[in-house]
Design a protein around this ligand. Structure first.
Ligand code: CP
Length: 332
């Protein structure tokens, strides 16, 4: 019988660039820490001093609602000093490079950088330009590690009939079937989730039109199908991905109506699979990936994902900061 890996109390990495190189035990440490911070978020005063004296810069070169607000809230809940940068209205429009932008901001004495950028590898690149701790908030189609961590946190808290709650709660996803549906090729959310979920023992099925599935996708150790019914049979949780509407012009699928017809999750699916839970990283195109009734149904955990995002980002910032203070310590 395999012995369980011992619990760790510190991350083995200085940055959070992706889940490819994070171990199952590091992911479980983030889950345990996020759970402590989740309790802080339910208090009347939602603030702890864990990052007091630490300056965090949010560098956003791409639009964002959830990730940006969630990081900012997480930083403020930890008492960090927070500075927000968006490329619109900055000297990037005058031609300043990412390297120069980052080095100039770092010269103002900062400690941690959260970056969202359209180019895959931008977060890795930043670690070679500056000394600050870097957290990847989504880099092109590469990775979106905090999204996958908050998804995993949400899965760990689910009450699923096939599982004892303690099993999922401790981050043991052995036997859990998760189907990811949509444009897998261009999805950083899918990539980070595939790595994270498999490390915890889940079986991952990818589903979408063949034009949206990467070549040689089977090499990732996942199940693959272009039929939604095959993806949903035996599935515990379906994670629908946003259809990037700009890609429709690229001819990856004939029309939004047809996409919804073949790959959209509808009320009929909720009726056919009574234990199925629905996730989506947002923003949702209602009536495309998910029927509107599905988004609003009690089987959808989309808003729990958003709530968990703050706690998970608090955990990541806290653990990467070197853990000054204690997660549960009340504000002075
Ligand atoms: N899930 C996600 O990354 O959403 P935003 O683009 O709004 O940050």
């Amino acid at each position: 019988m395999p012995t369980a890996a011992p619990e760790i109390d510190a991350l083995q990495h200085r940055h959070l660039l992706g889940l490819t190189d994070y171990s199952a035990e590091e992911i479980r440490l983030i889950l345990r820490t996020a759970r402590e911070f989740r309790e802080v978020l339910d208090r009347p005063i939602k603030r702890v001093p864990s990052l007091r004296g630490v300056t965090v810069v949010n560098l956003f070169f791409e639009p964002s609602t959830r990730t940006r607000l969630s990081f900012e809230l997480a930083e403020k809940r930890l008492s960090a000093d927070v500075v927000n940068f968006s490329s619109a209205g900055s000297s990037v429009s005058k031609g300043e490079t990412l390297k120069d932008t980052a080095r100039n901001i770092e010269a103002m004495k900062i400690d941690m950088v959260v970056i969202r950028h359209a180019s895959p590898g931008a977060a890795h690149f930043l670690t070679r330009c500056i000394d600050s701790v870097v957290l990847n908030a989504g880099d092109g189609a590469h990775e979106h590690p905090t999204q996958a961590l908050l998804d995993i946190n949400t899965l760990a808290d689910l009450d699923l009939p096939r599982f004892a709650p303690e099993q999922l709660h401790r981050g043991d996803f052995d036997g859990l079937n998760v189907s990811i549906i949509g444009d897998i090729t261009h999805s950083r959310v899918a990539r980070s989730n595939i790595h994270g979920l498999q490390k915890l023992g889940a079986t991952v099925t990818l589903c979408g039109p063949r034009t949206m599935l990467p070549r040689e996708v089977e090499r990732l150790g996942v199940r693959v199908t272009d039929r939604l019914d095959e993806a949903l049979d035996g599935c515990d949780v379906a994670m629908a991905l946003r259809i990037q509407l700009e890609r429709q012009k690229g001819g990856l699928f004939p029309s939004l109506r047809e996409y919804h017809e073949r790959y959209g999750i509808k009320e009929t699916h909720l009726n056919r699979y009574p234990d199925l839970r629905i996730m989506h990283p947002g923003p949702v195109n209602r009536g495309v990936e998910l029927a509107s009734e599905v988004v609003d149904s009690d089987r959808s955990v989309i808003l729990s994902q958003v709530t968990n995002g703050v706690a998970v980002r608090m955990a990541c910032l806290y653990l990467l900061s070197g853990g000054i203070g204690a997660p549960g310590e009340a504000s002075a």
